[in-house]
Design a protein around this ligand. Structure first.
Ligand SMILES: Cc1cc2nc3c(=O)[nH]c(=O)nc-3n(C[C@H](O)[C@H](O)[C@H](O)COP(=O)(O)O)c2cc1C
Length: 174
C-alpha cells in the first residue's frame, strides 16, 4: 500500500512530524512518500493520503489551502487523514476550538475524510521574524499570550498512536 504524507510547514516542525510519521508507516511495511505540498504534482499513485499543516492566524497555511483546492477532485477518491499542528490545543478547551474553527471545513466537503486531529506544535520565538511575531500576537485567538507557548510541545507518543490507528485501519480495509 502506497501512502502520501503531504505537509505545509513554515518553520519545520510540521515537516519533522511528517518524517516521523513516515518512519512509523515504513516500520509496518507501507511504501511512503513524504513531500511538502507545493512540490506534489500527482496523487493518482497513492492509496491513502495524510495531510498536515501548521496553523497561522487561526487557519491552515495558504499552501495547504492551495493544494487541497488544486487537487480536490483527485483527493475525493482517496481515504484522507488530516492533522494540524498548533499551540491553541494547549489551552483549556483548545482541542475542540481548533477542530471547529481552524479547519477549512468548506474545502473538506466532498472528500473522504476518515480522521481529523490536532497536535501541539513547536514555537521558537527566537526564530520567527518581527512581522510574524506581530501577526501571532495580534491574531492568536487564545485566552493567554502566545509567548507563554515558546517551546517544543510535540507529543511524539500521541503522534505515534494516531499513525498506528491509521495503519491498522487501512490494513483492515486492504
Ligand atoms: C506567525 C505565526 C502565527 C501563528 N498563529 C497561530 C494561531 O493562530 N493559533 C495557534 O494555535 N498556533 C499558531 N501558531 C503556532 C504554530 O502553528 C505552531 O508553532 C506550529 O507548530 C508551527 O509549525 P511549523 O514549524 O511547521 O511552521 C503560529 C505561529 C506563527 C509563527
Amino acid at each position: 500500500m502506497n501512502i502520501l504524507i503531504g505537509y505545509a510547514s513554515a518553520h519545520g516542525s510540521t515537516a519533522e512530524i511528517a518524517e516521523f510519521m513516515s518512519g512509523i508507516f515504513n516500520e509496518r511495511g507501507f511504501k511512503v512518500t513524504v513531500a511538502s505540498v507545493e512540490t506534489i504534482k500527482l496523487i493518482g499513485p497513492y492509496d491513502v493520503v495524510i495531510l498536515g499543516t501548521a496553523i497561522h492566524a487561526g487557519t491552515w497555511l495558504p499552501k495547504m489551502v492551495d493544494f487541497v483546492t488544486a487537487f480536490h477532485d483527485a483527493l475525493a477518491d482517496k481515504p484522507l487523514y488530516l492533522w494540524v499542528n498548533c499551540i491553541r490545543v494547549l489551552e483549556a478547551h483548545g482541542y475542540d476550538h481548533v477542530i471547529e474553527y481552524y479547519m477549512v471545513h468548506d474545502l473538506l466537503k466532498g472528500l473522504d475524510v476518515r480522521e481529523i486531529t490536532a497536535f501541539a506544535g513547536k514555537l521558537d520565538l527566537q526564530r520567527v521574524d518581527w512581522n510574524e511575531r506581530w501577526t501571532l500576537a495580534a491574531r492568536y485567538d487564545g485566552t493567554t499570550w502566545p509567548s507563554n507557548f515558546d517551546g517544543d510541545f510535540r507529543d511524539w507518543d500521541k503522534i505515534r498512536t494516531w499513525c498506528e490507528k491509521i495503519a491498522a485501519s487501512v490494513s483492515a480495509q486492504a
